[in-house]
Design a protein around this ligand. Structure first.
Ligand code: GLU
Length: 437
């Protein structure tokens, strides 16, 4: 009898050979190394360092008994609270029925790509999961070239160039700002110009604004202001409410895209059914806001801005070419100027670079290739989240709002992050001198 084919040979081709997501992979690897006794700086996974605000945790406690399945689109009171949140914070005119709640915006993005038949357009670099989701579903991916000198941002010109080559193709563009992996964002003029191209070619825009509340100046503007009819705004609790593990995401649709929301509801109802009930009840409090949440956000932004500033200054001092960032908790760093010294250590790509850095310094990072950069480019993403956010909030809370945090705030409150960056700077400073051949 011929051998039966192994079960693995029946894997769908679209997932065959794919590893687990880079963000989760580095997190699990970091924990494993720590368990083995290594000193690891966890700058790999982008998890908020801050605790969930107490008022929101309390709501979860009192709602632990909620046991029923909820409507597939979400708890009506939560959907209304999300719509009201957008009216209050950005002047966007949404109603409760425009909102869809899901178990994390990542899942909603997957379902969107599943139900919308269009090619995915994303800038390089982009967050690690957009492209694999498209790949799993079988969608085409078009990477938009960007320029480090323009802080890796999409320009109306490069979008126009891509679309004009094939103007009638249905497309979904994902714009994430402030951005994971680089921490830069768009000004109103830039958003308006991109919106004009999106409108011209009827591109569906997914505005991934999961870091909107951690814009350092608290000045998030959505591209939905300029292209309301074609934009879905995406957010959730993970990044501004410290609740990544709670898994709650939101999509908000304009009336013109209700057909997409309905199709997503069908896919959701046949897969995850509905989002965890206690979490949805607790999330109402988060989106309703109030003085505690305002204070929490003020301090979160203040701490992240100080830390970003401190780290960028140290990196610049060590010779890196990196501009100050504008939000979130990432830096995207290019080691190109150290290429000759790195070549002496047989490093020629971003994966090798991260491996050696982890080995030599204990700093866990993600390679630029995971974000769609060319493999031989020496870029990495730093998630500066390895500090105790509760202690940092407490310390910042004791300093008057109108007084800047002291210069040494990050060194004392976010010591491991600063030490990790110093270790990188020290490491590049001691690379072997290139030999002349
Ligand atoms: N968004 C986070 C990151 O880029 C982690 C969450 C995830 O990838 O699912 O590190």
């Amino acid at each position: 009898m011929p051998d039966k084919p192994g079960l693995t040979s029946h894997l769908n081709l679209n997932v065959r050979g794919l590893p687990i997501s880079a963000t989760l992979g580095i997190n699990e690897r970091s924990h494993q190394l720590i368990k083995e006794g290594r000193r690891i700086y966890k700058l790999g996974l982008g998890q908020s360092p801050f605790p969930v605000p107490e008022v929101v945790v309390n709501e979860l406690k009192v709602n632990a008994f909620q046991k029923n399945y909820l409507p597939v689109l979400g708890l009506p009171e939560l959907r209304s609270a999300v719509a009201e949140y957008y009216r209050r914070t950005q002047g966007l005119n949404f109603a409760g029925e425009d909102v869809m709640i899901g178990p994390g915006s990542k899942e909603l993005m997957f379902i969107l790509q599943l139900v919308y038949y269009g090619e995915l357009v994303i800038p390089t670099p982009s967050w690690v999961s957009y492209a694999p989701q498209a790949h799993i579903i079988g969608r085409q991916i078009k990477w938009l070239e960007t320029d480090a000198k323009n802080n890796w941002k999409v320009t109306p010109e490069n979008l126009e160039k891509l679309c004009s080559a094939d103007p009638d193709r249905p497309r979904l563009i994902i714009l994430n700002y402030p951005s994971n992996p680089h921490g830069y964002t768009y000004c109103d003029t830039e958003l308006e110009a991109i919106a004009a191209v999106a409108r011209k070619y009827s591109i569906l825009v997914l505005a991934d604004e999961i870091y909107g509340e951690v814009h350092f100046l608290g000045e998030q503007t959505s591209i939905a202001q300029f292209y309301p009819e074609g934009t879905i705004v995406s957010s959730g609790l993970s990044k501004w409410c410290g609740a990544g593990g709670w898994r709650l995401g939101t999509f908000t649709f304009p009336p013109q895209l209700q057909w997409l929301k309905n199709a997503m509801a069908t896919a959701a109802s046949e897969t995850y059914t509905s989002t965890s009930a206690p979490i949805q009840y607790a999330a109402i409090k988060a989106f309703q806001g109030g003085p505690e949440i305002d204070e929490y956000l003020f301090q979160s932004r203040r701490i992240l801005a100080h830390l970003a500033h401190t780290l960028v200054a140290r990196l610049q001092q060590a010779g890196f070419d990196i501009a100050p960032t504008q939000g979130g908790f990432y830096l995207f760093l290019d080691f190109e100027m150290f290429r000759p010294g790195l070549a002496e250590k047989a490093i020629g790509d971003s994966v090798e670079l991260c491996e050696l850095l982890l080995n030599d310094t204990g700093v866990a990072l993600l390679p630029g290739v995971a974000f769609g950069r060319p493999p031989t480019e020496l870029t990495v993403r730093i998630a500066f989240v390895d500090f105790d956010g509760a202690l940092a909030l407490e310390a910042a809370g004791g300093i008057a709002h109108n007084t800047p945090l002291p210069d040494n705030f990050s060194e004392t409150q976010c010591a491991d992050c600063v030490a990790a960056i110093d270790a990188i700077c020290h490491w590049v400073g001691h690379l072997p001198q290139p030999t002349t051949r």
